[in-house]
Every structure is written in structure tokens, then in C-alpha cells.
Design a protein around this ligand. Structure first.
Ligand code: SAM
Length: 190
């Protein structure tokens, strides 16, 4: 198996997604630790796993790496070139569907056992997402700046989005640091 820049084993499709991002100058792929978290959570999800914002397929590849037999993965990207390239990576894999369009296209595939909100939906608030998640299902959002106090702040102001997700009574949620500069929210639907 190939390795990442720390020498950790990295699945072939993850490596392919990394290469696609490098070739196309796409600088917004998820971090390596977020990817490994996605694979881990995907391995605990039975049913439909979703991703908004496919990008170059880095998160998709990690979600697929963890995916259980019998589960399926649906990802959506509004940039048609990126969506087409990632669809090619998963060509012949019946468990993976890559949609082209606005993130709301994946709502047709609800309820989700796991939903990674990474391009569309993340800033739309809890109400827009809550009913898309199966009981016990999990929502993941990355790219937050780690909070060292409550309430979490962003650019000097209380971060309403994070506060909403971390306090909503429909979810049990936690903010986890994936590096000194990045945190993710993991929220489980009650
Ligand atoms: C942060 S990148 C995604 C990274 C990818 N999920 C990963 O794990 O490497 C965000 C992507 O979402 C796409 N995007 C942004 N808003 C969107 C929307 N409303 N609907 C569909 N795609 C969207 C962008 O074009 C971009 O490719």
C-alpha cells in the first residue's frame, strides 16, 4: 500500500484523489486526519453515507475505504469537471454514486447514516440538515478553528454555527481537534 507524507499506509484511491488534487491545483481537500476519521465513522455506519462537496475525491475515497458491505456512498459536487474526474475514479464501483449539482441533490438519498457536510449545507444551519439524518446517524463538518473557550469564537465573534450544532437538542455533538489548527464537529442524531 502507498504511504502518506508521514509514512502511514494510504489506500490506493486516497492516493489517486491526492494526485488529482495536485494535478488540478485544487487546494481544498480535507486533511489527512479528517480523512481517517471519515473512514472510521463510515465503518460504523450502516445504510447511506453522504458527502456534500466532492472536491477531488479525497474525503470520498476515505469514506469508501471504511464503507461497510451493503452500505452505499453518495457524493455531490457542483463543479462538473471535478465531479466527472471523481466519477471516473469510482467507475465500476456500484457502491459509489457521484452526482453533479447543488448539494441539495443528495437530499433525495436521505436518511443518512453518516453525512459529511463539506460543500453546501454546512452553513445552512441545523434545521436544514436534521431531518436528513437517521436516528443514530452522524454529521461531520471540518475546517473549524479550534476553540479554547466557550462559546467558540471565530474572527473575534461568537461562532453561531458551531454554537447551534453543539447545543441543538436533536443532536449529541462534540468538537474534536484534528490538528493544532483544525477542528471538526461530530454530531449524532438522537
Ligand atoms: C472543501 S472542498 C471539498 C473537499 C472534499 N470533500 C474532501 O474531503 O477533500 C468543497 C467543494 O464543495 C464544492 N461546493 C461548494 N458549494 C457547493 C454546493 N452548494 N453544492 C455542491 N458543491 C459545492 C466546491 O466546488 C468544492 O469542490
Amino acid at each position: 500500500m502507498p504511504t502518506d507524507d508521514l509514512g502511514r499506509p494510504e489506500p490506493r484511491l486516497v492516493r489517486a484523489a491526492r494526485a488529482l488534487a495536485e494535478e488540478s491545483g485544487f487546494a481544498h481537500s480535507s486533511s489527512a486526519t479528517t480523512g481517517r476519521l471519515l473512514a472510521t465513522l463510515s465503518g460504523a455506519a450502516s445504510g447511506t453515507v453522504g458527502e456534500s462537496g466532492t472536491g477531488c475525491g479525497f474525503g470520498t475515497a476515505w469514506l469508501r475505504h471504511g464503507l461497510r458491505d451493503g452500505s452505499r456512498l453518495v457524493t455531490v459536487e457542483w463543479d462538473s469537471d471535478r465531479a466527472k474526474a471523481v466519477a471516473g475514479m469510482f467507475d465500476g464501483d456500484a457502491a459509489v454514486t457521484v452526482l453533479t449539482g447543488d448539494w441539495t441533490a443528495i437530499t433525495e438519498h436521505a436518511p443518512f447514516a453518516l453525512l459529511f457536510l463539506d460543500g453546501g449545507g454546512k452553513r445552512d444551519g441545523v434545521d436544514r440538515v436534521a431531518d436528513l439524518i437517521a436516528p443514530g446517524g452522524v454529521v461531520v463538518m471540518d475546517d473549524f478553528t479550534p476553540a479554547d473557550r466557550w462559546p467558540p469564537h471565530f474572527q473575534g465573534e461568537p461562532d453561531g454555527l458551531r454554537i447551534a450544532w453543539l447545543t441543538d437538542p436533536r443532536f449529541t455533538a462534540v468538537e474534536l481537534m484534528t490538528s493544532p489548527t483544525e477542528s471538526v464537529i461530530v454530531a449524532t442524531r438522537r
